[in-house]
Design a protein around this ligand. Sequence first.
Ligand SMILES: [Zn+2]
Length: 248
Amino acid sequence: MKTALFILALSLVPFAAGAEPHPVEIHTRLASPIGADKKVALTLDACSGKYDDDLIEFLIQNRIPATIFATKKWLDKNPHGLSVIKAHLDLFDVENHGEKHIPAIIGTDRNVYGIPGEPDVVHLRREVVEGARAVEKATGIAPHWYRDATGEYDPQAIQEIDKLGYKIAGFSVNADQGATAKKAAIEKRLEKVMPGDVIIAHMNKPASDSAEGLAVGLSYLLKAGFVFVRLDQVDLQLIPEKAPKKSP
Ligand SMILES: [Zn+2]
């Protein structure tokens, strides 16, 4: 029921008839009531690229659970990283980030941040279904959450992903800006985390500052009494868009 409402809210995003649909960036937080235990979720995207050994080892040493969004591309290219994750499935939940890391927007010549979307719905379905199959084949566990390449989704794509049986994982705190943020900026962003937040960061760029910034920021959150949960243990709720500020 909650999922149905979530999808309804997302698909009501207006767009002018005849115009190209406007993609929505999906922001979510934990749906469970916020108690004294200050729950937060750490999600890590494994888009393509490499395995950030320092980051995963830090999480293992500090017993910090995380939800990993992996593409088939990443899983195929990083057998060592996958073996470490598989040895710690008590900490890590692996979910679906697609087959080839393509944004969930539909239409030729459309793109998000320069990354081309899908030519049609058939290709979108393939991206989602093959991504899920790759995760299940790699870990033995079928995923239930989907996150596309850029966090932006067409209303039609949102409905298709729902029909395929996957919940869309948004986020509320962008910790590393696609693994481009510097260490100090990552620390600052994590200092502002509130109970119920869903943090997004990246584990596919070991040369970035992500591992270093997250190590400091996550240690701070642990000391501040935050408890990390995985998405297979909770549900998410949509954060309504703020009304645009009126121009003076
Ligand atoms: Zn990604």
